[in-house]
Write a protein that binds this ligand. Structure first.
Ligand code: ATP
Ligand code: MG
Length: 256
């Protein structure tokens, strides 16, 4: 197996009003290609910060992160931005979409900006439309982003995260704002991407979401205190119920 992401001794400290907040404390983490890793833990435990630090959205205070063979702390801002654009996909709860662009234009923006992409605008648009068809939102491509539902917008975010065929997708509460059926649909897409080989790291509060992941990390007060290897989810209601039960028992042991 091939390691996509490795963090060693990762620390992140924020200083607010001259007070030091050690949010991540000496985290070691390895993610292999093809894994689907869930990050769980109480509110404020540092889950989002971990996601930002390992994906190069934020600089670490100490320790190192190697993504796809590159040590991110050694990269200049521009190089890091290019790495994020070309090799990572992002799905965040506060869906950072450009307000003055249509849904389709938002989806293809990372491809338009990528120097790696040699397609014509038309070819890129066609790929964007194909992704939208796959996620069942083909009819809202021309809409403004405030003219679609929350579930549709979240699916548009997934399309955007996929447009540059990233090595790894980072998702922070991708289903947090959704009802159960939209959440299930979003998870179905993430699982299908994962089955196609994309590595996924997903912060979630929802055990039903985490039960579909291959590994669950439990974060408390900036440290990984528990880790559960679940194996890949093969699909099917019975398997899912069994996994949910097993995960819920484990989460209770963690103090969830
Ligand atoms: N940009 C920032 N500046 C200063 N402090 C921050 C910043 N981002 C997060 N923090 C602090 O870091 C800690 C961890 O925050 P983080 O958002 O990573 O938690 P979380 O586990 O994702 O919580 P939640 O489940 O509520 O989303 C909190 O104490 C928070 O106040
Ligand atoms: Mg968070």
């Amino acid at each position: 197996m091939c390691t996509v992401l490795q963090a060693n001794g990762l620390c992140k400290t924020y200083i607010v009003n001259k007070r030091q907040n050690n949010v991540l404390k000496n985290i070691d983490l390895t993610v292999e290609e093809g894994e689907m890793v869930a990050v769980m833990g109480p509110s404020g435990s540092g889950k989002s910060t971990l996601l930002y630090c390992v994906s190069g959205m934020d600089r670490v205070t100490a320790g190192n992160v190697v993504f796809n063979g590159k040590e991110t702390a050694k990269l200049r801002d521009k190089e890091l931005a290019r790495l994020r654009l070309d090799e990572m996909g992002f799905i965040f709860q506060q869906m950072y979409m450009m307000k003055n662009l249509s849904v389709l234009d938002n989806i293809i923006l990372p491809a338009v900006k990528s120097k790696k992409n040699k397609e014509s605008r038309r070819q890129t648009e066609e790929r964007g439309r194909a992704l939208m068809r796959r996620l069942g939102i083909a009819d809202v491509g021309g809409n403004d982003i405030n003219e679609v539902s929350g579930g549709q917008l979240q699916r548009a975010c997934i399309c955007r995260s996929m447009i540059n065929s990233p090595k790894m997708i980072f998702a922070d509460e991708p289903t947090g704002a959704l009802n159960r059926s939209s959440s299930d649909e979003v998870m179905k897409e993430l699982l299908s991407l994962n089955n196609d080989g994309t590595t996924v790291m997903c912060v979630t509060h929802d055990p039903k979401v985490a039960a579909k992941c291959s590994r669950v990390l439990y974060l408390v007060d900036g440290g990984i205190v528990g880790e559960k290897d679940m194996g890949h989810f093969g699909g099917g209601d019975k398997e899912l119920r069994d996994r949910e039960r097993e995960l819920n028992n484990w989460l209770m042991e963690q103090g969830w």
